[in-house]
Design a protein around this ligand. Sequence first.
Ligand code: SIN
Length: 545
Amino acid sequence: MSTEYYSDILVIGSGVSGLSLALKAAEHAKVTLITKKGKVDTATNLAQGGIAAVLSVEDSVEDHIRDTLISGDGLSKEDVTRIVTTEGPARVRELMDFGVRFQMQSNGKDFDLGMEGGHSARRVAHASDLTGKEIERVLLEQTAVHPNIEILENHLAVDLLIASRADSSGATTAQNDRCLGAYVLNRESGRVEIRRALVTVLCTGGCGKVYLYTTNPDIATGDGVAMAYRAGAKVANLEFIQFHPTCFYNPHIKNFLISEAVRGEGAILLNQAGQPFMKQYDPRGDLATRDAVARGIDAEMKKSGSDCVFLDITHKPADFIQKRFPNIYETCKRYGVDITKEPIPVVPAAHYMCGGVVVDHWGQSSLAGLMALGETSCTGLHGANRLASNSLLEAVVYAHRAAQKMPEILADIRSLPDCGPIQSWKTGGAATLEEGILVNHNWDGIRRLMWDYVGIVRSTKRLQLMRERLDWLLKEIKSHFYDYLLTPDLVELRNLAVVAELIVHSASWRKESRGLHYTLDYPNKDDANFLKDTVLDKAERRSAL
Ligand code: SIN
């Protein structure tokens, strides 16, 4: 028998989206925020660069909109881009009022704004190269003491609770379904709890762990997208996985990012022969948008057969480098690279999921009672390629909008008829999966195959091979899932496999190259057929995932 708990709002995830929404929505409701590991195990906490917003008189919202639309390569929605860029500056100032210490100029009044690829102006507010950590610190401090917020660590959402409502004709369809909360695995007790809520908000971040090399933390297993898709919500644009061009190449440290801000301050990419190369691939050079830079590095590595390229900022004064990038300087030094004296070995790595759960202007998904924010969502801002440092911005703007709309959403849901009791989680005659090797083997297999077949450069053949392997893997994972007692690893493996399948399906559908999706078989853009989102819906695909 599963124990049942109730709150008005269930927030899943403790990054900037989840914490901001919880803090603001707690003004009108009781919020339970669950996180599958510790509170600080989030992508937000690792974000280095900062938050892009128009914060200088030398910049304009129109320029920020233009840069975002160019980067999005035809798929960023202009109305959404206008909302986010217009509302963004107020949200950044609000973070300061909460206590976030952004770097200011010596006059103490003006922001010290950073430059990043694809931006036509200095626009990135930052706290040196530890911006995400600083934002997370402040939001955690505030949520921890709020009387209406309960934070539960080590609680992993397994699946959403869904009720089907009959319409006036008595029919039940996916459009009438409603989310009632989630089944949640309490990692300490090992039991699956029923966490009921009027509104459930997915803030689970992205899916970088679907790839062998990633800048993401271990929690990034695509849980929100996988759960939403299984529950029948629409998801979109999952072929657009952003590879960050510069992840530190070192066997002893995984996922350490070398912020794009380093290139923003003048660092140059060099090949094995010590030659700059980006201008050969894009006239914007080292500060081209990320899709172009990652492809340039990939091509250069393939050409020379080398394992990495190099990022050189040694021409800048050492004290500037140490002050502007203290975290990068110290970390590289610990691993034997003094970035003030020698170039940094770097490789591209999976970094950001530009698609996600389709949401409206307030963060509401296509399923009643289910919302999604931040990297988990697809608002329409990022299109086919996110502009650097637009993600923290989108997160705070949409968390604010979702919280503003919350009283209305809660009132609407309260007016619906009660859905009755929820079934306990069925463990059946499940036994413990003793052979952890089965999970590890599939986990490693998916990540390696996705890296090799569905990476920066794709082809029809590689996508087809990946689909065949995934069909087989998904069958095996499904049988483990229902035959054995749930473990966190099994839950995450299932989500990873579902998201991999969604990425491969979306990439196979898009028979053109646009933004982050580049395929050798269709190297050009095809606006006539593909100037649209790749929307997937389980009911329409009749998918059994
Ligand atoms: C970076 O600092 O390069 C990452 C920031 C981002 O992904 O927007």
